[in-house]
Design a protein around this ligand. Structure first.
Ligand code: FFO
Ligand code: GTP
Ligand code: MG
Length: 443
C-alpha cells in the first residue's frame, strides 16, 4: 500500500456552487481531524464541519466532510472528501492548507484511479471506461463508457482467459505425465474448444470498429466542387456560423472541424476546400488536404450544385463510394430528376432555404447510428485492446498448427498473456502509464 497521501480538487476548475476536494492515503483521517477539530466521524456519512487552517487559525469554510475508511473506499485507501463552497478563494485556501502539511502532496492526473487499480478495486478496462465516461460528450458515448466501467469488457476478456487456462491445464498434464495415456478424445475436445474461442474472438474483432467509432466520434467529411454549398451545410449542422460562406468560389481553404451530437452519437465533421485546379498554391494545398480528409473519413457528404447536372466535377465523382451520401444542393434553384450518381441515389436539399434538410439529417443519423450502434454484445473500444486480441488470435492459430504438447502449451500461455494485458492481470507495467496519463487531476 502507498505511504503517500495525495489530494486534489475533484470537481471542475473555476467558480461553482460546491467543490469537492478529495484525499487518499494513510494520513487522510488525521488531516480531517486537524482541519475540523473533531475526531468522531461515522464512516461514509456526511458531517457538517467548520474548517480552520491549523497553522494560521484562519477559518476556511463551513462545509461537509465524508470519511471512507480503508479498504471500503474508491481507492481502497483511507479517503476523506471535503464538500466546500466553490469560490476560487475558498478552494485555494483549503488546497493551501493541505499543501502546508507534511507528507501530503497534490495528486497526479489519474492517480486516485491508479491507486484503485493497484488495490484491485477495478481492472484496466474499468479504469479506461471511467476515463471515457469523464470525457463522454454524447449520451451513447456515456452509456458505452458506463457499461465498460461496470465490467462488461473486463468480464468478457477474463472469461476468455479462464477458458484458455482450463485447456492449458490439460496440456500441462500431458507434459507432466508423458507416460500416462490420456484419451485421444480429450485432446480433440480441447482443440475444438480453442477453435470455438478463436472464432468468438475473431467475431468480436470484426465489429466494423463500432465501439472505437462511438468512443472517438464518426469522422464525416463534406467534399465537392467550389460554391456547392459545403460551408453552408456545415453551418446548418453546427447550428452556428462556423465557416465563412460567400459566392466567391474557393472561399474555404483550410479544413474546418466541428464536433456534433447527432442523435446521441458523436460526429466530427470537416468542411473542406472546393475541389478544383487552381494556380494559387495555398488553394491547391487546401484541395490536397480536402482529398486527404475524404480518404481518412468514415463517412462523406459528396455535394454538388444541382444546377451543374449533368456536367458534374470528375474529381468529386471519383470520391463516391459506399460510405458516401451524395447530395444535390440548391434544389431551390434547380431540381433535375436524377436516379443515380456514382451508384448512389442523390439526396436533394437546399442549405439556404432549408428545404430537404430534415430528411438529410435523418439519413445522416441513420448512417452514423449503423456505424456505431450498440448491440447486445459489448464492443471493443480501443486500439490497445484490438492489438492484444490480435496477438491472442495469432497465438491460438499457431496452437492449432502444432502437435507437440510443449509448444502448444506455450502458445496457449501467450494467448492468455495477451488477454491479461488488456485487463491488467499480468505483464502490464508498460501500459499503465499510457492508460492513466489521459485522466484529469482529481480522478
Ligand atoms: N462524492 C463522490 N461522488 C462520487 C465519487 C466519489 O468518489 N465521491 N465517485 C468516484 O469516482 C463516483 C462513485 N463511485 C464510487 C465508487 C466506489 C466507492 C466506494 O466507497 N467503494 C467502496 C465501498 C463499496 C460499497 O459499499 O458500496 C469499496 O469499493 O469498497 C465510492 C464511490 C461518482 N460519485
Ligand atoms: N440558392 C442557394 N444558394 C446556396 C445554397 N447553399 C449555398 N448557397 C450559396 O452558395 C454560395 C456558396 O456557398 P458556400 O457554402 O460558401 O459554398 P462552399 O461549397 O463552401 O464553397 P467553397 O468554400 O468555395 O468551396 C453562397 O453564396 C451561398 O449562400 C442553396 O441551397 N441555395
Ligand atoms: Mg466553403
Amino acid at each position: 500500500m502507498n505511504d503517500q497521501t495525495i489530494y486534489a480538487l475533484a470537481s471542475g476548475a473555476g467558480r461553482c456552487g460546491v467543490a469537492v476536494v478529495r484525499l487518499s492515503g494513510p494520513q487522510a483521517f488525521s488531516v480531517l481531524c486537524r482541519l475540523s477539530g473533531k475526531s468522531d466521524f461515522k464512516a461514509r456519512y456526511a458531517h457538517r464541519v467548520q474548517l480552520i487552517d491549523p497553522v494560521e487559525g484562519d477559518p476556511i469554510d463551513d462545509g461537509l466532510a465524508l470519511y471512507f475508511p480503508a479498504p471500503h473506499s474508491f481507492t481502497g485507501e483511507e479517503v476523506v472528501e471535503f464538500q466546500i463552497h466553490g469560490g476560487r478563494a475558498v478552494v485555494q485556501a483549503l488546497l493551501d492548507s493541505l499543501a502546508q502539511m507534511d507528507g501530503l502532496r497534490l495528486a497526479e492526473p489519474g492517480e486516485f484511479t491508479r491507486r484503485a487499480f493497484e488495490n484491485d478495486k477495478m481492472d484496466l478496462t474499468a479504469a479506461e471506461g471511467l476515463a471515457d465516461l469523464i470525457h463522454a460528450e454524447t449520451r451513447a458515448q456515456a452509456k458505452q463508457a458506463l457499461r465498460q466501467m461496470e465490467g462488461a469488457l473486463g468480464t468478457l476478456y477474463n472469461d476468455w482467459a479462464d477458458r484458455i487456462l482450463h485447456i492449458l491445464a490439460h496440456f500441462e498434464a500431458v507434459i507432466d505425465f508423458p507416460d500416462e495415456d490420456l484419451p485421444e478424445e480429450v485432446e480433440a475436445g480441447a482443440r475444438a474448444k480453442v477453435a470455438n474461442l478463436q472464432h468468438e474472438i475473431e467475431d468480436h474483432l470484426k465489429d466494423g470498429h463500432r465501439g472505437e467509432l462511438l468512443r472517438d466520434g464518426v469522422r464525416l467529411a463534406i467534399v465537392g466542387p467550389p460554391n456547392a454549398g459545403k460551408s453552408s451545410l456545415l453551418n446548418q449542422l453546427a447550428k452556428r456560423e462556423v465557416a465563412i460562406v460567400s459566392d466567391i468560389a474557393g472561399t474555404t481553404r483550410d479544413i474546418i472541424e466541428s464536433h456534433l451530437d447527432i442523435g446521441g452519437y458523436p460526429v466530427v465533421v470537416s468542411d473542406t476546400a472546393g475541389l478544383r485546379h487552381s494556380e494559387d498554391v495555398i488553394e491547391m494545398e487546401g484541395v490536397r488536404r480536402a482529398q486527404d480528409r475524404a480518404q481518412s473519413s468514415d463517412l462523406k457528404v459528396v455535394m454538388f450544385d444541382a444546377a451543374d447536372w449533368p456536367n458534374l466535377d470528375q474529381k468529386t465523382l471519383d470520391l463516391i463510394d459506399d460510405d458516401s451520401l451524395v447530395v444535390l444542393n440548391k434544389m431551390d434553384q434547380a431540381k433535375p430528376d436524377v436516379a443515380d450518381i456514382g451508384g448512389q441515389k442523390p439526396i436533394y436539399m437546399s442549405a439556404k432555404s432549408k428545404e430537404g434538410l430534415v430528411d438529410f439529417f435523418k439519413r445522416l443519423e441513420e448512417e452514423v447510428a449503423t456505424r456505431c450502434m450498440m448491440t447486445g454484445a459489448p464492443a471493443l473500444t480501443r486500439a490497445r485492446h484490438r492489438e492484444a486480441l490480435e496477438d491472442c488470435v495469432e497465438a491460438l492459430v499457431r496452437f492449432a498448427e502444432i502437435d507437440l504438447p510443449e509448444l502448444a502449451a506455450e502458445d496457449l500461455r501467450m494467448a492468455t498473456r495477451a488477454l491479461g494485458r488488456i485487463t491488467g492481470r499480468i505483464d502490464v507495467e508498460d501500459v499503465l502509464d499510457v492508460v492513466f496519463s489521459d485522466f484529469c487531476i482529481g480522478k
